[in-house]
Design a protein around this ligand. Structure first.
Ligand code: HEC
Length: 157
């Protein structure tokens, strides 16, 4: 990994030298110009970007917590883990207004997936069925995580 970091630093330095600017000025310019990221950039104010990433970490935590609780057959812990990822915990409307329609659709599907998993968990009495329910539905939910990650990235405007 070390050589990778070194070689990209060398690359940026070379770019800076070629464009005639000082090494410190080039970094952000070079990073934008040479980015090979083809995903759609969604520019947000700094707080909005942080709120989105916080929500993401919450969903990742919910998935981990749900898997752990299901592996122990602990319905109470399972419901508690899922809650922060449900629709009620979704991004505030001010941020939502800045997001593309396709994003919102995927986000609703994802939060809705956590809601319906909670409903399914409440209906499931047998701990063995609980594991299956969680496994099948988390697999579906993670399909929405992946679709969005492949389509969008966030930037600070
Ligand atoms: C509607 C779009 C969308 C959905 C759905 C989505 N994500 Fe994300 N997520 C993003 C974007 C955009 C980023 C930032 C990626 C970037 O800018 O490179 C991100 C970043 C993250 C990060 C990194 C957070 C950080 O602090 O840097 C995690 C973890 C994450 N997502 C987890 C999830 C999980 C788990 C799910 C599904 C349960 C999910 N995401 C669903 C769009 C989405």
């Amino acid at each position: 990994m070390k050589w990778l970091r070194l070689s990209s630093a060398a690359f940026i330095f070379a770019l800076a030298a070629a464009s005639g600017c000082k090494p410190n000025e080039k970094a952000s310019v070079a990073a934008d110009t040479v980015s090979t990221d083809k995903r759609t950039a969604v520019p947000l104010p700094a707080e909005g970007q942080q709120a989105v990433l916080r929500e993401m970490r919450q969903m990742l935590g919910a998935m981990g917590g749900a898997m752990l609780a299901a592996s122990k057959g602990d319905t109470t812990a399972l419901l508690a883990s899922l809650k922060p990822a449900g629709s009620a915990a979704a991004a505030d409307p001010a941020i939502e207004a800045l997001l593309p329609a396709a994003w919102k659709e995927l986000a609703e599907r994802t939060h809705g997936g956590f809601d319906s998993l909670s409903i399914a968990v409440r209906r499931t009495g047998d701990p063995k069925l609980l594991k299956d329910t969680v496994l099948v539905r988390l697999a579906q939910i993670s399909g929405s995580c992946t679709s969005c990650h492949e389509t969008f990235r966030v930037t600070v405007r």
